[in-house]
Design a protein around this ligand. Structure first.
Ligand code: BGC
Length: 765
């Protein structure tokens, strides 16, 4: 009898074991059914063993040190953990591991703003194909990138990670970025969805935005990326939008993202832990990151007390399982930990060179010959900023600075100056060591410019052929930039520009400025002092070599501005509602007691509506220092008479571009549309398409074909909650910048068209 009972028990156990399905691509529902409530809740909460300091995580993912987070494994059902890591200028993991002699460096690619300055979708895809290979080969499943918030204001501390002030350019860039990464069989997380346009109090600030501005400006780029590139994941932002945390907004995460745009992946929170876990899960935020035990318990309690339904829970778990079966970890990919860093460094250099913007080149000051004696000024010539600080900072093996790059290119550098800057850097290092100052990974670290006596500059002007001044700015996560001494030049920088220009010009020699900045700075008051201005932004580990390539003419610059350079900071209408002088960083967004909600800190009214960037400057005819879409090169281009042919949906435009100069080069063509009068108020012109030629030899031409659909012509009407394209005559314009329209042709939309959407996300009255 006993033996029979034992046998039955063994059989029962075997039965239980057999009944546990193991996750496969084709049995997601079966696995879902087999999961306990505890397991379901566990899968919706990340499991990073990460140190979180005031919302910023120095991640330690379980099996890839330095990754930001992971999803949890449920071994019983064959569900593996998956690994998530930053992004966006390359993969961010820890470069060394305890007791392991090997290194795990990643390539520091150009930041998002520089990629966008290329206006070249193929190039961006080439960069992110290489970047995605590092994600795959280092055992990571999702790159937490691209960052794609709109440049609403020049001082947002994370603008360098983001692409543009224009939603079409931003959306197309993000789509190309996603396609490149995901071509490796790993995922992306487009972020931060949505309206995370300032760092100050980013965890709590309530962005108050009209439905029209939201739809046309702040969501449009996400819409394009989702529809064109199918990102595996979306990261909701920290902030509130019209009263709700974005991670708890059903309108944003379900109605718009999934129901209207057809998003099929998972939504994860940005790194934190907000109290309303259940509200987030209900709204369609599938995954809480980096995740903690409280969140698991809250979800379980929410199901038990009926706050969240079983169907809602299962919907999110199904999304998670669908995501997991796509990942390399699920597929058992044997990663090498050995991506080809040398090949990727070459891609980074090429991309930076293609994207650098030449803002000024009086009397063909550039290119230089390449063998000149150069007086290289500015501490940023050695304290070069390859990327920005915070989660977007890549742990790269090296950064080439301007001093090395200039030598690599064949220039001879003034030794007195290079010695002086090296000594200053060494002194600063020693001071920090003495005072015990350390800089954590998210802190801004930048040496202040140091004065050079006018008399010394006078001698340097005699002894050298040309002056190159590198002006630097660091920007990063967790704080916005300031108007004084950041957007504006510092007094020392101004004096340096003035003295160097005066002495070198008196000696009949040229002055070139290199802007190694993370965001827009003031240029109008000083640009006429100098002969040339080169803008490489924060161009990655090889970026300084790319600057030298542009200075020598080895690369003919073809980048154009993805945003406007205003005359004054206050010329941006958003500046009236931006915390440009607020001295508190986002990390200190909490207060010690109750306080009155503070303007631009606790809430930010986007009173400018759709009048962001060039939409404002062009329509209201406000003078700028450099317009949107502007960039010079070493050759010239002529545009042919364009044709615009109506199709079944919108139109197809063609224009032929000819290189009329004497060196080979590429041209970006920007297609703007002016809408017929009547109906909704519209900007004078809006970017609707763009293209870039291949490298054209002198005399060579290329015809570009650009398509625009009727939907793209539509504006959002809040009264009807619909996208509407008015009937009538549209003027299709082809520009070398938004202020330099070379030719145009009409297009007639015979019948008005409209696309109704849900009436969601309205601000409170
Ligand atoms: C940032 C995200 C980042 C995450 C993980 C957050 O603080 O806002 O952009 O992906 O940390 O490191």
């Amino acid at each position: 009898m006993k033996r029979i009972l034992l046998t039955l028990a063994a059989l029962g156990m075997a039965f239980v074991a057999v009944a546990q399905p193991q996750l496969r691509e084709d049995n997601i529902d079966e696995v879902l059914k087999a999961m306990t409530l505890q397991e379901k809740a566990t899968l919706l909460v990340g499991g990073a063993r990460a140190a979180i300091v005031n919302g910023v995580t120095s991640g330690v993912s379980a099996n890839v040190p330095g990754a930001a987070g992971n999803t949890r494994a449920i071994e019983r059902l064959g569900i593996p953990m998956t690994v998530l890591a930053d992004g966006p200028a390359g993969l961010r993991i820890q470069p060394t591991r305890q007791g392991d002699p090997r290194t795990y460096y990643c390539t520091g690619f150009p930041v998002g703003t520089l990629l966008a300055s290329s206006w070249d979708l193929d190039l961006v895809q080439e960069v992110t194909t290489a970047m995605g290979n590092e994600v795959l080969e280092y055992g990571v499943d999702v790159l937490l990138a691209p960052g794609m918030n709109i440049h609403r204001n020049p001082l947002c501390g994370r603008n360098f990670e983001y692409f543009s002030e224009d939603p079409l350019l931003s959306g197309k860039m993000a789509a190309a970025y996603v396609k490149g990464i995901q071509s490796n069989g790993v995922g992306t997380s487009i972020k931060h969805y949505a309206a995370n346009n300032q760092e100050t109090n980013r965890n709590e600030d309530d962005a108050i935005i009209s439905q029209r501005a939201l739809r046309e400006i702040y969501l449009k780029n996400f819409e394009i990326a989702v529809k064109e590139a199918d990102p595996w994941t979306v990261m909701s932002s920290y902030n509130k939008l019209n009263g709700d945390y974005t991670q708890q907004s059903e309108g944003l995460l379900t109605t718009v993202l999934r129901d209207e745009w057809g998003f099929k992946g998972i939504v994860m929170t940005d790194w934190g832990n907000k109290a309303g876990t259940v509200k987030s899960a209900k709204a369609g935020n599938d995954l809480m990151e980096p995740g903690n035990q409280n969140e698991i318990e809250r979800i379980i309690a929410g199901v038990e007390d009926g706050t969240i339904s079983q169907e809602e829970l299962d919907r999110n778990v199904r999304n998670m399982l669908t995501y997991i079966v796509r990942t390399p970890h699920f597929k058992g990919y044997k990663f090498s930990n050995k991506p080809d860093l040398k090949a990727h460094a070459a891609v980074a250099r090429k991309a930076a060179g293609e994207a650098i913007v030449l803002l000024r080149n009086e009397k063909d000051a550039l290119p230089l010959k390449g063998d000149e004696k150069v007086a290289l000024y500015g501490i940023s010539s050695i304290d070069f900023v390859a990327g920005g600080t915070g989660s977007g900072d890549v742990n790269k093996a090296y950064v080439v600075n301007m001093e090395e790059a200039m030598r690599n290119a064949g220039f001879t550098l003034d030794k007195g100056l290079t010695d002086f800057y090296s000594a200053y850097q060494a002194y600063d290092k020693a001071q920090n060591a003495l005072s015990g100052t350390t800089f954590s990974w998210f802190m801004r670290r930048k040496l202040a410019e140091v004065a050079i006596p006018a008399a010394a500059i006078g001698n340097e002007a005699k002894a050298n052929d040309v002056a190159v001044i590198v002006l630097g700015r660091n920007a990063g996560e967790g704080a916005d930039r300031k108007m004084m001494d950041d957007f504006e030049l510092t007094a020392i920088e101004r004096e340096l520009l003035q003295n160097v220009s005066a002495s070198f010009h008196a000696a009949g020699k040229k002055v070139v400025v290199v802007l190694n900045v993370g965001g827009v700075i003031e240029t109008n008051s000083w640009k006429n002092l100098v002969d040339a201005i080169v803008l490489p932004w924060s161009p990655g580990q090889e970026g300084a070599n790319a600057v030298a390539d542009v200075l020598t003419g080895k690369v003919n610059p073809s980048g154009k501005l993805p945003m406007t350079f205003p005359v004054n900071f206050m010329d941006h209408p958003s500046s009236a509602n931006f915390p440009y002088n607020y001295q508190q960083s986002a990390m200190r967004g909490f207060s010690w007691g109750p306080r009155q909600p503070q303007k631009d800190v606790d809430y930010t009214k986007y009173e400018e509506g759709i009048w962001v960037g060039y939409r404002h400057f062009v329509t209201r005819d406000v003078a700028v220092s450099y317009p949107f879409g502007f960039g010079l090169g070493y050759t010239t281009f002529a545009y042919s008479k364009p044709t615009v042919k109506a199709g079944t949906d919108g139109f197809e435009a063609t224009v032929t571009v000819k290189n009329t100069g004497s060196v080979a080069g590429k041209e970006v063509v920007e297609l703007y549309v002016s809408a017929p009068a009547g109906g909704l108020e519209k900007p004078t012109r809006e970017l609707k398409a763009f293209g870039k030629t291949k490298e054209l030899q002198p005399g060579e031409s290329q015809t570009l074909v650009l398509k625009v659909s009727a939907y793209q012509l539509a504006s959002f009407n809040e009264a009807t909650s619909a996208w509407e394209a008015a009937a009538g005559k549209y003027d299709v314009q082809f520009g070398a910048s938004v202020d330099d329209i070379r030719c145009s042709a009409p297009f007639t939309l015979k019948k008005a068209q409209s696309w109704p959407v849900h009436n969601v996300l309205a601000p409170a009255e």
